[in-house]
Ligand binder design. Structure first.
Ligand SMILES: Cc1cc2nc3c(=O)[nH]c(=O)nc-3n(C[C@H](O)[C@H](O)[C@H](O)COP(=O)(O)OP(=O)(O)OC[C@H]3O[C@@H](n4cnc5c(N)ncnc54)[C@H](O)[C@@H]3O)c2cc1C
Length: 483
């Protein structure tokens, strides 16, 4: 992504990109669920959507379904879209809250077009210029991350990126400035550069190991530190959403691709051992496995500086937040997008690094709080992990947000970083937090009129969803790998 982004967005006269990758080391390769921002990145880089989807066995994604998270037996969807009609975001959830108190059955999900389309396994592209409820969503992809990497590589090379296959054995720095000057490969080849992008994954070869950017540990809030990943055959409906099911010591993902389904159990080794986690994962699968489960180890946190000296780290080499909200690929993407406007002259000015770090830190911190919310806001009493998470202290920034919502239903809308108010609302309501008060504006119409309005809206959404094609049909026609 970095090589493609840089070669596509910067003029060749100012930026020549040399990519080093090691086939022997390979990539993590388990990132399979994305966010809608991925489409913007691809569009910006001039990548054809249907071609990309075919090349990566991709399907569409309208959100994430959370099963058993708030309490055993509960379920909600965090949609890529708003609740209620466009233009009413500031008040709709207050009106729904009032209607719910007046006896309206169901959840706020019923008033999200993306949620309704998702559970009905339907998909359509959102209309570009419409203010109707049918345009109140966006979409992302499920895809094979290894294939996406390979696909981007061909594009990047076609656009002028030079690629060297080899293993970096040594990083050479300038004794005076501390800047990186060259990478020496195992075969002795030396590759010099003005600026270095560390995409070496959890190793963080340049930023962590060479430039010693310290690691900030967040495992006290996000205790999951292992994952077992296993693909299964594709069976049943092609759901246009990721499913995340809370388990005894973590959660299990289910991600439908065109040719297979990705599954995995993200768990905390403090609360369960690997054998038992594997047993729980395998017994929960509803389709035959295609390989043995693969174990991955990690820890939540980030480097205190993602840009140090003449090096920027992207992706796992800069930090890790578990894949609960599919944010890692986004974090790599947004770091590229923050880097391009700050692209340095030959000498990297420290003020550029400071601004980049401020922006990237904010991205990480916001996502961190949102992820913690999922764990902290639970009423499960059936296992130790959930009891621990419910009673743990959380960052002040999250406590403040929760208190505001708990009291008045207010959700802060911030300018930079994920997530927007509809996402916070989905998780607050989905995990069982109800504000003490709704906004007085929700009392503007009589109760009976409000109930009629809600009923009409629900019917409108259902009619529109009924008219949509099946997700599997749209995928097949638009980007089917067998077509
Ligand atoms: C269990 C799990 C599930 C995940 N699910 C999702 C998800 O659903 N959505 C999402 O957005 N993200 C997800 N992620 C994160 C996602 O996998 C990563 O963000 C993504 O793979 C990018 O990783 P990366 O490029 O930073 O590192 P890697 O994939 O590890 O790539 C590192 C690269 O550096 C090269 N390299 C390393 N050392 C050397 C060396 N010495 N010499 C030469 N080359 C070297 C390797 O060859 C490789 O090309 C998940 C992660 C985990 C652990």
């Amino acid at each position: 992504m970095a090589a493609t982004g840089l070669v596509s967005l910067l003029p060749p006269a100012r930026c020549r990109v040399h990519l080093i990758e090691s086939d022997e080391i390979g990539i993590v390769g388990v990132g399979e669920a994305t966010l809608p921002q991925m489409k913007s990145f691809n569009d910006l880089c001039g990548i054809d959507e249907a071609e990309m989807m075919r090349a990566t066995n991709a399907t569409f994604k309208l959100g994430i379904q959370f099963v058993d998270w708030g309490s055993l037996g509960s379920s909600y969807i965090h949609p890529f879209g708003i609740h209620g009609p466009p233009g009413t975001e500031h008040i709709f959830h207050h009106k729904w809250l009032r209607a719910s108190r007046e006896g309206l059955p169901g959840q706020i999900d019923d008033f999200s077009f993306a949620c309704r389309a998702g559970v009905a396994n339907r998909f359509d592209f959102p209309p570009k210029s419409s203010q109707s409820i049918g345009s109140s969503y966006s979409y992302a992809y499920h895809f094979d991350a290894s294939l996406y990497g390979r696909y981007l590589r061909t594009i990047a090379e076609r656009r002028g990126v030079r690629r060297t296959e080899g293993k970096v054995a040594n990083v050479e720095t300038d004794a005076e400035s501390g800047n990186i000057v060259a990478l020496r490969l195992e075969n002795g080849e030396e590759i010099r550069g003005d600026f270095f992008i560390d995409c070496s994954g959890f190793r963080s070869l340049l930023l962590g190991q060479t430039l010693d950017s310290p690691w900030e540990d967040w495992t006290k809030w996000l205790p999951c530190d292992r994952a077992l990943a296993v693909p299964t055959e594709r069976a049943g409906e092609l759901t246009p959403y990721t499913r995340s099911t809370a388990m005894e010591a973590g959660w299990r993902w289910r991600i439908p691709l065109q040719h297979r389904t990705g599954n995995g159990y993200v768990f905390s080794s403090r609360f369960i051992d690997e054998d038992r986690a594997a047993e729980q994962l395998l017994s929960a699968l509803d389709e035959p496995t295609l390989a043995e489960p693969r174990l991955l180890k990690f820890g939540a946190g980030r480097r205190t500086e993602s840009w140090r000296k003449n090096c920027v780290a992207l992706g796992l080499s800069s930090g890790f937040l578990e894949p609960l909200e599919s944010t890692s690929i986004y974090l790599a993407q947004i770091a590229i997008m923050h880097f391009v406007p700050l692209f340095p002259e030959r000498r990297a000015d420290p003020s550029l690094a400071a601004e980049f770090n401020r922006r990237v830190d904010l991205e990480y911190d916001r996502i961190r709080d949102f992820l913690i919310l999922h764990y902290h806001l639970n009423q499960r009493d059936d296992s130790e992990l959930w009891r621990y998470c419910r009673s743990m202290s959380v960052p002040d920034s999250l406590t403040e947000k929760m208190e505001l919502f708990r009291h008045s239903g207010f959700v802060e809308k911030y300018r930079d970083g994920l997530f927007t108010p509809p996402s916070w609302l989905a998780v607050y309501f989905g995990q069982g937090l109800r504000p003490e008060h709704y906004h007085p504006l929700a009392d503007a119409i009589p109760a009976a009129a409000l109930m009629d309005e809600m009923d009409d809206l629900r019917a409108d959404i259902d009619d529109r969803v009924d008219a949509m094609l099946k997700h599997s049909t749209v995928v097949e026609r638009y980007a089917g790998i067998n077509g």
